[in-house]
Design a protein around this ligand. Sequence first.
Ligand code: CMP
Length: 139
Amino acid sequence: MAGKLTFTMIKPTAFKNNNSGAILKIIYEAGFIIKAMKLTRLTPAQAGAFYEVHKERPFYASLVEFMSSGPIIAASLEKDNAVEDYRTLIGATNPENAAKGTIRNLYATNLQQNAVHGSDSDENAIVESDYFFSKVEQF
Ligand code: CMP
């Protein structure tokens, strides 16, 4: 049975463009419940640690710079089959391949500035939620 938790960030460009409200509306209307949420700005070290798994990739330094360039909204979301359903809702990583009507299709700027992050597994959903939120911040 798939897990009920996923984790998302509204990335700096989408936040700066005032797309957060529209994105959260799509998330609510798809049946996700917000378990935790905060507006914050990552330091380069914090962004680097979050994306540690991509450390050897050529885009890592640029991704870290971008993700620490301005405020983001971090949120933990609950729904049956949360990881898979959220990945369907946001669309492909590269917005050029994101299905019509998905969050990335509607609000991404480019591959790096792709509007939102979504966990890729149940295990990472827990790791990522715990990275941002203490136990008393998760409802
Ligand atoms: P995200 O879902 O947050 O997970 C890792 C991020 O790395 C991804 O969204 C993109 O923002 C970025 N990314 C993935 N592949 C590339 C790439 N080939 N070039 C630049 N950025 C990438």
